[in-house]
Design a protein around this ligand. Structure first.
Ligand code: SF4
Length: 406
């Protein structure tokens, strides 16, 4: 630590600024699940149905009241957002793996049509034990459930497993098979995009992915810049390298705008529903901030401003850096990722979302809401221009020279 005294003030500041993360200390992620259900941010049955009235059976609050035993945290973190649980029946869950985060509650829960919290906790344990991601695993399972519902997979393919939405036992059996690459698990272990290619017919329509990475558990129909981020992120759909519009919305204030601490950098707030140039600029600066946070190996939940990220870096390392320098490093990182993709044959065509998101959900709050293909395409093109990429999404020679990338 180069300047310990300069770091110390951040700890009381974090304690004083917990309004953003206060519920994390009590519930971990997933506390807003009932609200998500009300506004349409809780994906249900493969992002299709749009309504999950059983949400209170699987929310973080219910987890705390039923199987929760306290909270853990990462080393020295004052927030402590990790759920501790005990489950002894009907499934035994090894407490060492902790409890499910929000993404898992939705991926193995509402999106599979499952409202059995203990089964979700068991699924979380199994995924952790097999070192497989709960978002991609859950997404591939609910993809397979929709294939089963439509006769593209049958019990002949699943060794007799009735792979129906809502079948918690089937979800757990499939995780085991994926983890061991046995039976249908060998196919599903490749993820939903590759499995869809092999299954053929209409299976592709049921695979919710961008660049073969499954869509996380936040609704792109609701949050437009999140949707853009899913499209253009170099490694595919990722909510962590992104602006999740609903978390930055000042509902009821200033006519429903997205506000962020990028305002001191000259980036204007933007209307919540908007996906025009102002929103794209806001998305881009947040995306760069996420890269700074990742590069510094900081937790994204801690509400550091751009300025504070530079200050804490300088205090910890002695490198007297600035916000502008860190943003430039992030821009270079993102451009290098883009160049990697270009070298491997990815084009602007891969910066897209599954067609399902351009239609409303069957029921629920998004029953009349969908992404507009033309607006999303325009947003993508404007993002390219802000990044100094050409209309095919390829970084221009001038941009590479400016960034010092040979
Ligand atoms: S560092 Fe982040 S993930 Fe870890 S306990 Fe703190 S808030 Fe949670």
């Amino acid at each position: 630590m180069a300047h310990p005294d300069a770091v110390k003030p951040f700890r009381p500041w974090l304690k004083d600024n917990w309004n953003l993360v206060a519920s994390f200390s009590e519930f971990g992620t997933g506390a807003p699940m009932p609200l998500f259900e009300l506004i349409g941010n809780l994906p249900t049955r493969n992002f299709r149905d749009g309504s999950f009235p059983q949400v209170n059976k699987i929310s973080a609050q219910t987890l705390k009241e039923t199987i929760g035993t306290g909270m853990h945290g990462c080393f020295a973190c004052p927030v402590r957002c990790k759920k501790a649980i005990t489950v002894k029946g009907p499934y035994y869950v090894d407490s060492a793996y902790g409890g499910p985060e929000y993404e898992t509650l939705a991926a193995l829960g509402s999106n599979c049509g499952i409202d059995d919290l203990k089964a979700i906790a068991k699924g979380n344990e199994l995924c952790s034990a097999y070192s497989i991601d709960t978002i991609s695993t859950g997404s591939t399972i609910f993809f397979a459930m929709e294939c089963f519902e439509n006769g593209l997979l049958t019990t002949r393919d699943t060794d007799g497993i009735e792979l129906k939405f809502g079948n918690a036992e089937a979800m757990l059996q499939i995780i085991e098979l994926i983890g061991r690459r046995e039976g249908i698990g060998d196919l599903l272990a490749e993820g939903s995009a590759r499995a869809a290619e092999k299954i053929g017919n209409s299976a592709r329509a049921f695979s919710m992915h961008a660049k073969k990475l499954e869509i996380p558990m936040h609704e792109p129909r609701l949050s437009k810049s999140l949707a853009l981020g899913y499209m253009v992120n170099p490694h595919g759909a990722d909510h962590c390298c992104n602006l999740i519009d609903i978390f930055f919305a000042a509902f009821g204030k200033e006519s429903n705008v997205i506000v962020h601490d990028a305002v001191p950098l000259g980036i204007a707030p933007a209307p919540f529903e908007d996906i025009g140039p102002r929103k794209v600029a806001l998305f881009r600066i947040v995306q760069l901030k996420r890269i700074i946070v990742d590069s510094l190996v900081l937790c994204m939940f801690l509400p550091y401003s751009y300025q504070q990220l530079a200050e804490v870096t300088s205090a910890a390392t002695g490198w007297n850096t600035t916000t502008m320098e860190q943003l430039r490093v992030a821009e270079r990182t993102l451009t290098m990722c883009r160049l990697f993709n270009v070298r491997h044959g990815l084009t602007a065509d891969e910066d897209r979302l599954p067609p399902r998101f351009f239609k409303p959900t069957r029921y629920g709050p998004l029953g009349d809401t969908a992404l507009d293909p033309e607006k999303m395409e325009n947003a993508k093109r404007y993002y390219y221009s802000l990044m100094g990429w050409d209309s095919n999404g390829v970084p221009t020679p001038e941009k590479l020279e400016e960034l010092g990338i040979e």
